[in-house]
Design a binder for this molecule. Structure first.
Ligand code: FES
Length: 107
């Protein structure tokens, strides 16, 4: 399987389903940016800027574990949720099929 569905919960609560390739080594941050979502990604995906912060509304348990570096940044955010992740630290993979994310970082 080379394509998965990533569902974005928009600010108005509606859901947008995007078809995402898993064979291009893209991170979720790069994929969302490529789909015109406002994510600054100032650090370029180094887990430093937190502008790629997302809340994973469904599928959180299937993701790769949070590294110490990622956790250290998330822990500084006022808007952290129980299922917060830095989307630059999530490589698109088959396990993410059907995941629902809400973008919380600043654009
Ligand atoms: S892009 Fe900077 S922390 Fe993810």
């Amino acid at each position: 399987m080379n394509d998965i569905n990533i569902i974005v919960e928009e600010k108005d609560g509606s859901h947008t389903t995007l078809l995402a390739p898993t064979d291009m080594s893209l991170s979720l941050m790069e994929f969302l940016k490529g789909n015109e979502y406002d994510i600054l990604a100032t650090c370029g995906g180094m887990a430093l800027c937190a502008t790629c912060h997302v809340s994973v509304l469904s599928g959180f348990e299937k993701l790769n574990p949070i590294s110490d570096d990622e956790y250290a940044i998330l822990d500084t955010l006022p808007g952290i949720t129980d299922t917060s992740r830095l989307s630059c630290q999530l490589k698109l993979s088959d396990e993410m099929d059907g995941m629902v994310v809400k973008i919380l970082g600043e654009g």
